[in-house]
Write a new protein. Structure first.
Length: 252
């Protein structure tokens, strides 16, 4: 191995390569991600300090596109890799329950990197689709069953407490009997293993002088906390449907 080869490797030319291969491409919040990291040695011996995985979400805010690291994972201790040597590092980790779901303008991906001192760090990026937690899905379908239509999922900043700088709001328009009283429903979810906390925002219509004044003063929104457990819906969504209808009617 020549000094010239070492110099090229430090510039990323003929350096080690990394390729992450996932078991699948679609996951639900809280599901286990499994895969393997393939490392191919380059033209020179190299010392790898660590392999890391970043779970990244891309989003738009105030006219700019930003990236945010939801979680990071360290996969190995330091090791050497010789020229043309192949190493395979299996891994698994739980996708955090509060991972944002993927929407049209907000992709989620895993970024894999090799940390090599005094060299350009090789990296690999793999997009994944993130679907709602099963209980979140159940609540969404139940809200639609009682007369609302989901029309968007948006990022909100600074509106609710979260370990991230944002939350995702699921937005509904009434298409049934509630259309006379309600402009919009917004729901924010905080999933856990066997239950999900939710915050339901009910945006009321102006139907008389008092509600018109509330609307003008931006006091026409009612916010209600609720919790749904797996046990609560294991025999069907009837009780959940009645619960959500009761909450909405109480705050109309």
């Amino acid at each position: 191995m020549s000094v010239f080869e070492k110099a090229l490797a430090s510039l990323g030319i003929g350096s080690a390569k990394v390729d992450t291969r996932l078991e699948k491409a679609t996951y639900r919040q809280g599901e286990t991600i499994r895969g393997e990291v393939f490392i191919q040695g380059g033209q020179a011996d190299q010392f790898i300090d660590e392999i890391y995985l970043f779970l990244v979400v891309q989003y738009h805010h105030e006219g700019t596109q930003d990236e945010y690291v939801v979680s990071e994972f360290r996969l190995t201790d330091a090791f050497d890799i010789t020229p043309r040597e192949t190493k395979v590092i299996p891994f698994q980790f739980q996708l955090p329950y509060d991972t944002p779901i993927t929407t049209g303008g907000s992709p989620v991906y895993l970024k894999t990197g090799l940390d090599i001192k005094m060299a350009v760090d090789p990296a690999d990026t793999d997009g994944i689709e993130v679907l709602p937690h099963p209980l979140v899905d159940t609540v969404l379908h139940t809200v639609e069953e009682i007369g609302f239509q989901l029309y968007g999922v948006e990022y909100e900043f600074g509106k609710f407490y979260s370990r991230h700088p944002f939350v995702q709001e699921y937005k509904f328009k009434p298409v049934g009997r509630f259309a006379e009283w309600i402009d919009e429903l917004e729901v924010v979810f905080f999933p856990r293993a066997n239950e999900v906390d939710g915050i339901l925002s009910i945006d009321l219509k102006a139907v008389d002088l008092m509600s018109s004044m509330e609307e003008a003063l931006e006091l026409d929104e009612r916010m209600v906390r609720f919790t749904v457990s797996s046990k609560e819906v294991e025999k069907g969504t009837g009780p959940l449907k009645a619960k959500l209808e009761r909450i909405i009617k109480q705050h109309m």
